[in-house]
Design a protein around this ligand. Structure first.
Ligand code: PMM
Length: 336
């Protein structure tokens, strides 16, 4: 039962930090009573934002340990670049990249998630000690993924996704981005639940930058409570991955229009973290942890002090139960 599972998870992971309001809880993961911070370790030569820095396993492991020391609650290890235009790599190469890093970080006692679209990679990572599967394709890239996650009984991030990186920006066409992303996420969540995944273990993610233009990302960020409820229904925990994405660099462009480089957008990421956490986000996925770890604490205090506190109707307060079924709103005429 989700109620029991959530209570057990909270007990296992410790009580909320002093003075913190309860937030969404995902069984088996840390539950400090505030928005979680997920630190990114990309074991790739060519990622979006930090490509190449952690390609060697030793560098990736020490990055993960450092991010945890700086306050990351979860370390997200990925071996395949998802930057726009990227080509896929073979599954065996992805396994070779993430396996040793996940194993070492999990052995050091960290909560590790694996960022992969492939069931075979997720399986290897779970065997190596990962506790969460972060699937940017939301179950669309590999038909075996939902079965694997259901059998493993681990938390599962269903991200909004319309296709692989090579062509995803061609699909950045929406009439009403929030409505369409919610509807498409609803289909992914429903498929996961139909495939046997416990609804209490599902996290949703609007997929910022994946088949989206800047205006789409901003609309989704400004309406996170609707994303959490997939347009109208009980809330799911929401993961937000805005860190170092191009739409932030464009916002901060120089007078001549040159986008701000990735590393120069960390302060803006911290601002977004505070806003997302204050709106009730469950977790933020970030590259530079320190300032974001401070921001989620500021946001928790902000929520605690605000009118109605964590029970506000307009946000993502925890009211889900295991009896929650697949959301049943119609998908409408959303393009596939
Ligand atoms: N973004 C990237 C990779 N993985 N996972 C989730 N759940 N959400 C995201 O927004 C997300 C992700 C791409 O960013 P990176 O290359 O900077 O890691």
């Amino acid at each position: 039962m989700a109620g029991d599972a959530q209570a057990a998870a909270t007990a296992a992971q410790g009580s909320p930090e002093p003075g913190q309001a309860a937030g969404p809880v995902v069984p088996g993961l840390p539950a400090p009573g505030r928005c979680l911070v997920m630190g990114v370790v990309n074991v790739t030569p060519d990622s979006f934002s930090d490509g190449g820095e952690c390609f060697a396993p030793a560098a990736a492991i020490s990055r993960g340990l450092r991010l945890a020391a700086e306050g990351a609650d979860i370390i997200d290890v990925g071996g395949e670049s998802t930057r726009p235009g990227a080509d896929r790599i073979p599954a065996a190469e992805e396994q070779r990249r993430v396996g040793p890093v996940v194993r070492e970080l999990a052995a050091a006692g960290l909560t590790v998630s694996v960022d992969t679209m492939r069931a075979a990679v997720a399986e290897l990572a779970l065997d190596a000690g990962a506790k969460l599967v972060n699937d940017v394709s939301g179950g669309l890239a590999d038909p075996a993924m939902r079965r694997l996650v259901a059998a493993a009984g681990v938390p599962y991030v269903v991200m909004h996704w319309r296709g692989h990186s090579r062509t995803m920006q061609d699909r950045a066409r929406y009439d009403d981005v929030v409505r369409e992303v919610c509807a498409e996420l609803r289909s992914g969540v429903r498929a996961a639940i139909t495939g046997g995944v416990d609804p209490a273990l599902i996290v949703v993610d609007p997929g910022l930058g994946f088949g989206k233009l800047a205006e789409h990302n901003w609309a989704l960020l400004a309406r996170l409570p609707e994303v959490s409820r997939l347009g109208g229904g009980p809330p799911f925990p929401v993961l937000v991955g805005a860190s170092r994405k191009r739409f932030i660099g464009r916002l901060l462009a120089a007078a001549d229009g040159t986008p701000r480089p990735f590393a120069g957008s960390d302060d803006a990421t911290i601002a977004l973290t505070a806003l997302a956490a204050a709106a009730g986000a469950w977790c933020v996925r970030v590259h530079a942890v320190g300032g974001n770890a401070d921001a989620v604490r500021v946001a928790a205090q902000w929520r605690l002090a605000g009118p109605g506190s964590a029970a506000r109707q307009d946000d993502m307060a925890p009211e889900r139960t295991a009896s929650q079924q697949a959301p049943d709103q119609p998908d409408g005429d959303v393009p596939g």
